[in-house]
Design a protein around this ligand. Structure first.
Ligand SMILES: [Zn+2]
Length: 483
């Protein structure tokens, strides 16, 4: 068994708007992995947080006529609340504006860059505020940013610090080809490799203080500039561990032999697979070991947008269906790597079929039989308390949907077994009562095995089922049908 420490992070979202269902997806995916690794006996550290320093946060605050700090803090609170309501087990939450450890760490990283990697020059280019990134001709599709169609690019001319990414071309290529920085899925790795092989241009890593509206992490030794938001944002993964003072957490989860996994969306793979390792290489800091890159969610076939009015608020879903139902849907019915479409109809259908009529009904049925017919709690076998290999193999590859489907195969199997053996009839007559009780005990073992596997995906439900098994009692209604 792998006993190396395990460090996992979500990306840190911009806080220029309330969270949508795509954020919930990433939080749940990262949490399933964190909980799974803990169940495997590993020492896990799990970080989430918010990217407060983006220019688009500042612009939104200006639009709202609110001071940036209070706007950012108000929105960051909503993200933190979402993590709690999703039952996400993060150990830490970093805010890049207000956490003192962050600015100090980001500045330390900057100062550690090799002098030959950084220079200052005047630059003119097209800036996409949506991406917080300068775009070159080859990035654009029909003159527009493909991530933000219809949004006008801003023409910017100013003096900035630049980072010579090209100094790291061969090191980055080797890093990805060798899987020393592993990218899952493979298709994203190939995209990034193609981008590197197309030639890496120097990257602007600072902004004029004026254009940044005096918001962000100051560039050490240059009062006129703040750090480009991505330089400071990426560093959150180590600043949160106390990189500024190189403390115990940093040593254990970053410097040593820990597995270090960043969970991110496909739109930011370049930042994490090229810029971030290049910065770390320049600064002589250890590298992450893996990127898990998930797809995007559309809603009713369209990209989520306020204009269309199809933004799904995960907090609303949780209020209506509950935390575990939301986690279940995101794990089972959203593709881990490809884009997926979300519709409320599918959510409700899945809820009724898989949870109310499926898992909830079965747990109630088995435990009612156990409560009425068994003399006491069933003694649980080692086997029903252990994760099975096929399930682990799937989660090791971030195959959340297939892993969850595997649990539902067991639920279907148990339903068939109940229909076939009819323990509810067997317990009614003296001659067959013992046989009926044995079948019920077997079903309870099986239900405990199901709860064991549900734990990383639906922790509260798993707990409720396990408690019912231990007390030999029918559980409270787990999922009521929705009409
Ligand atoms: Zn863009």
């Amino acid at each position: 068994m792998d006993k190396k420490p395990f460090y996992i992070t979500t990306s840190i979202p911009y806080v220029n708007a309330a969270p949508h269902i795509g954020h919930a997806e990433e939080f749940v995916q990262a949490d399933i992995i964190a909980r799974y690794e803990r169940l495997c006996g590993r020492d896990v550290r799990f970080l989430s947080g918010t990217d407060d320093n983006a220019l688009k946060n500042v612009l939104k605050a200006e639009e709202a006529g609110e001071p940036v700090a209070s706007y950012v803090s108000r929105h960051a609170d909503i993200f933190e609340d979402l993590l709690k309501k999703l039952d996400v087990s993060n150990d830490d939450f970093i805010r890049t504006s207000s956490d003192e450890r962050h600015a100090r760490g980001a500045q330390k990283l900057w100062q550690a860059f090799k002098p030959q990697d950084v220079y200052k020059k005047s630059y003119k280019g097209l800036y996409c505020v949506g991406c917080e990134e300068f775009k070159t001709e080859k990035d654009l599709v029909g003159g527009e940013c493909p991530e933000h169609p219809g949004k006008k690019l801003e023409e910017v001319e100013e003096v900035n610090h630049f980072f010579k990414l090209g100094n790291y071309t061969s090191e980055l290529e080797e890093l990805l080809v060798s899987d020393r920085l592993k990218i899952t899925p493979e298709s994203r790795k190939n995209e990034v490799l193609a981008f590197i092989r197309g030639g890496l241009e120097d990257l602007s890593i600072s902004r004029s203080r004026t254009r940044a509206r005096d918001w962000g992490v100051p560039v050490p030794g240059d009062d006129d500039q703040v750090m480009y938001v991505w330089v400071d944002a990426l560093s959150n993964y180590i600043t949160a561990l106390g990189y500024a003072d190189e403390g115990e957490l940093y040593q254990k989860y970053w410097v040593g032999d820990a597995d270090k996994v960043h969970v991110i969306g496909k739109g930011i793979s370049r930042f994490h697979a090229i810029y971030w390792p290049a910065f770390l290489l320049s600064a002589g800091v250890s590298l992450p070991t893996e990127l898990f890159v998930h797809g995007y969610l559309t809603v009713d076939g369209a990209k989520m947008s306020k204009t269309i009015g199809n933004v799904i608020d995960p907090l609303e879903l949780i209020a209506e269906y509950g935390t575990d139902a939301t986690r279940y849907f995101l794990a089972r019915h959203i593709h881990p790597f490809e884009d997926s479409d979300f519709t409320r109809e599918r959510f409700k259908e899945a809820y009724n079929a898989d949870l109310a009529n499926g898992l909830g009904n079965q747990a109630a049925r088995i435990m009612k039989l156990a409560q009425d017919n068994l003399d006491g709690p069933v003694e649980l076998s080692e086997e029903s308390m252990q994760l099975q290999k096929p399930f682990c193999d799937l989660l090791d590859r971030y195959e959340f949907s297939a892993a969850t489907a595997l649990i539902w195969e067991h639920i279907t199997k148990a339903d068939g077994y109940i229909q076939e053996k009819k323990p509810f009839s067997l317990v009614k007559t003296d001659e067959t009562r013992e046989e009926g009780k044995q079948i019920i005990a077997k079903l309870v073992q099986h239900l405990a095995m199901i709860a064991t596997h549900l734990a990383p995906i639906m922790p509260e439900t798993a707990d409720k089922i396990m408690t019912a098994v231990r007390e030999n009692k029918k559980p409270e209604n787990l999922f009521s049908r929705k009409d």
